[in-house]
Design a protein around this ligand. Sequence first.
Ligand code: AMP
Ligand code: MG
Length: 532
Amino acid sequence: MAEPSGSRPYHADMLKLNFDNRFINELPGDPEQGPHRRQVHGACWSRVPPTPVAKPHLLAHSPEVAALLGLAEADIDTPAFAEVFGGNRLIAGMDPYAACYGGHQFGNWAGQLGDGRAINLGETVNSAGQRWELQLKGAGPTPYARRADGRAVLRSSIREFLCSEAMHHLGVPTTRALSLVGTGEEVVRDMFYDGNPRYEPGAVVCRVAPGFIRFGNFEILASRGDTELLKRLVDFTIARDFSELEGDTEEKRARWFAEVCGRTARMIAHWMRVGFVHGVMNTDNMSILGLTIDYGPYGWIDNYDPDWTPNTTDAEGRRYRFGHQAQIAHWNLSRLAEALRPAFRTAEPLQNGMEGFVDAYLVESRAMTAAKFGLSRLDEDTLELMAEAFTLLHKAEVDMTLFFRELAQIDADAPSLAPLHEAFYSETLRLRHRADFEAWLGRYARHLRLEAMPAAERRARMNAVNPRFVLRNYLAQEAIDLAEQGDASRVHELLDVMRRPYDEQPERARFAAKRPDWARQKAGCSMLSCSS
Ligand code: AMP
Ligand code: MG
């Protein structure tokens, strides 16, 4: 454990974090230490410290996450904070490790992957008894780094930091982010894998979640035939992260898998509600807690397009396109079910769980979609009405976020398209589809009248599920461009806007604007890669 260095004393309050590192205390670790690359068998993790960086400096932090951990704002404003969360110093109770996991990447089994650049510092327990694990991303190489450097660039770290918090405030299950620390070091990346590497500033994000176990943690053990450890990991996960489940071992395992399926369904339904495209739904990027994890080449839907993916690495097959995410989640759960099979006497609980996913997704996504339209009836008529709207949005290239936000303005007694004008990207397409939209609006207004809900109440309800603000790709890119020139103020401003995404915030109207033309084909705005 690192001792406080003589020159810079610890801020006493920082020592108040209370650690209880169950993952490494209850599951077997790799007997070898340090970062040299290796295959790790018979273990769930490897002990490895963060590699110190040249000049750790705090660029941004989330006050809500600090409060969750019980950190006071005064703790954050100290050099010690940047040192700890940049990976230069440990505080008492931290015991850093990297987890061993495998995964299916783009549909193929990829073998051992593991935390290649993420290092877990420890599991804290706050005064309310909640467990929050701290994980640095970009903290240096681990045994799982393969040929890579263990680092992360500022642009992708800003994207992860902002999006984790934006998703949380939108009500989407997600890992959180405590801090964004600049390293004062440069990192070489070939952003589009096209032979044009460049030096970029490096950064470290501290991610925070009740736990970071992924589907791939189970898959790697199953792939190696390590059934004993697989069962141990299953029962550990249930005991630590699903302690509310009841029954004997077999019953608990069955209920647990059903719960994982249900949570995954809810998470995807939320992604579809807010227009989020994950971009790399490999099984190593699927949290067993049903949290959105690993913000890489993700993107937000501007003009509604179920075929869109922000990830240029996936441009050809578009496996991880917006409208395919539920099917992919189902496919990923099937891989998890296969891996878990040795932990179950029969396949039935796993089959039931998979069927539960399909049912839960249907129920959740229909309910959320109906709420977006301000409709409470789910019958053949309303389902068709909603499906038609999506077809029109697609054909006419209408901004998804603006459309739904403005839809609340429709007067059921005198419907007009005027409030929706702003949501169209192309005047030509708007005029071409105007008659269809008007016909649709007439039917929609009839349904609203059937609902017989006071307009003000309907608006309030719709505005509570249709955000005014989402972290549009171009907004994040503007913040990145400024931060790369040394000005992090836009990161702070965006973080602040995204804390209240359902509030009108008229003084922040510019952050609700649809994608400007310059961003349509710009790197970072519509095109992203896995290089991060
Ligand atoms: P991702 O596509 O970001 O989910 O990463 C897939 C795998 O590659 C994971 O095992 C990561 O830990 C690893 N990885 C990605 N980037 C790096 C890096 N710069 N250094 C070490 N490992 C990395
Ligand atoms: Mg990953």
